[in-house]
Write a protein that binds this ligand. Structure first.
Ligand code: F0G
Length: 440
């Protein structure tokens, strides 16, 4: 999926002047009147005219993209915004519980169109759950997934196993698994569905279309997204670049990408070293130097937000382009900030996994810096479902200090400011009633 000449990732480009493009974004609303048709129901394929790489009848869907943009004044207050300004885009409502289904429906569609029978990915858990689900529901391909041993949350591992994917646990982390899956898929001719695959990003563009749809086609001021392998941020940049080119929006929101402090390659390169797009010629030598230094110091990614525990993001260059196109910024947040933000999301909404809460923690930081104004309109992308990683959640709320120390203390998390602790009582009616009266 890389260019033979320069080695960089390929992009999907369309001859828009030869395609039927809608006159206005609101034209897509017509699709809803035909919800009985699976392609109109799909939150990806009802925007087919904006990702028309195969005819719509051939597009694979398992009902992805039925997501919600929820206004959340509770979380808004926590991050320092005025009422009505903060929105949470719940991608955990997808069939496999994360945003990955948007991209998987597109990559899967392309894989089928070229006759693939096996598909592979390396994953911190959600890509693998998504691929495994598409394979098991459609029975169209076999899934081969690579995960770092002990590096994947149980909710996600349980999905891959349950859906029947061939699951290869590598003695290493995501960056190791990614390097291996590229070699193996080349050697064995297996279709690769990681976000090195440009069709994945085509599907992920639709997250932005649905945000716009929920805002009645008004462009928000900010999109805030966690950064791992940087597929989402790259896709969002491409989406707005194309919408502008097509005259369907007159401006783009600003983009904020939030790294975990323990996996902060993008933050270091962009904010500390000034890496930028430079008209398509970002400083590749500086990136190589950064990675060489990282290897020399044996630095590995480490964060409770295991979904974004990635030090070598494959979409780095496309992401740099997105930052340029959307006048973006990058920030890093600690595991403490992530878990506190996650508890706030859970208390005021549908909940999310740790990586997703980086977007809320990052928004709080940017509001405190004055980069995001309290009266702006901000959309935080909640990338994965709350049930993906119950261990992190239970450890945060626990009364068991040993469990807290084991799961979180070792990562520098010192307190659980928003813990909702279970009340322990003996199995006695009077004691139970007393406890309820005391705490309610
Ligand atoms: N949030 C969640 C819940 C994720 O699973 C991921 C990536 C990200 C954020 C980061 O998104 O890569 O587009 O910057 N998970 C991948 C996986 C790497 O294998 O499931 P990104």
């Amino acid at each position: 999926m890389a260019c033979d000449r320069c080695g960089d990732l390929l992009d999907v480009a369309y001859a828009w002047d030869r395609l039927p493009v809608p006159g206005a974004l609101a034209d897509f609303e017509r699709q809803w009147s035909r919800r009985y048709d699976p392609h109109c129901f799909s939150g990806v394929w009802r925007f087919h005219e904006l990702l028309p790489f195969v005819p719509v009848e051939q597009c694979v869907t398992v009902g992805e993209g039925q997501t919600l943009l929820q206004a959340s004044d509770g979380v808004g207050r926590y991050v320092g915004m005025n009422p009505g300004g903060l929105f949470l885009q719940y991608e955990g409502m997808n069939p496999s519980g994360s945003f990955k289904d948007n991209g998987m429906s597109a990559a899967f569609t392309h894989a089928r169109s070229v006759g693939a029978t096996r598909a592979a990915c390396a994953s911190t858990g959600n890509t693998s759950a998504s691929l495994a689900l598409y394979c098991s529901v459609t029975r169209l391909m076999k899934a081969v997934i690579f995960v770092g041993s002990g590096k994947i949350a149980y909710g996600k591992l349980s999905q891959a196993l349950d859906y029947g994917a061939l699951t290869v646990q590598i003695a290493g982390d995501f960056d190791d698994a990614m390097a291996r899956v590229k070699e193996v898929s080349k050697e064995l001719g297996i279709y690769l569905v990681n976000s090195v695959n440009p069709f994945r990003l085509e599907g992920q563009k639709t997250i932005m279309y649905r945000v716009l749809e929920a805002l009645r086609w008004e462009v928000p001021d900010w999109i805030v997204v966690p950064g791992g392998n940087l597929g989402n941020s790259s896709a969002f940049g491409k989406a707005f670049c194309e919408l502008k080119e097509l005259g369907l929006v007159d401006r783009s929101p600003r983009l904020a990408i939030i790294n975990a402090a323990g996996a902060n390659t993008l933050y270091e390169l962009v904010e500390k070293q000034g890496l930028c797009w430079r008209k398509g010629l970002p400083d590749g030598a500086a990136v190589c130097r950064y990675y060489d230094e990282m290897d020399a110091q044996h630095r590995r990614a480490s964060t409770i937000a295991s979904a974004i525990e990635i030090n070598r993001p494959v979409n780095l260059n496309k992401c740099i382009r997105a930052l340029e196109g959307m006048n973006g910024v990058v920030r890093e947040v600690t595991d403490q900030q992530i878990l506190d933000a996650k508890a706030q999301v859970g208390a005021g909404g549908i909940g999310c996994e740790p990586a997703s809460a980086a977007s809320v923690a990052g928004t709080k930081l940017l509001v405190s810096e004055g980069v995001i104004g309290p009266d702006e309109r901000v959309v935080c992308i909640l990338t994965g479902h709350q049930l993906k990683d119950p261990n992190a959640t239970v450890a945060y709320h626990t009364t068991d200090q040993e469990l807290f120390n084991k799961v979180l203390g070792s990562r520098g998390v010192r307190r659980a400011a928003f813990a909702n602790r279970a009340v322990a009582v003996s199995n006695d009616l009077d004691e139970i009633i007393k406890a309820i009266q005391l705490y309610s």
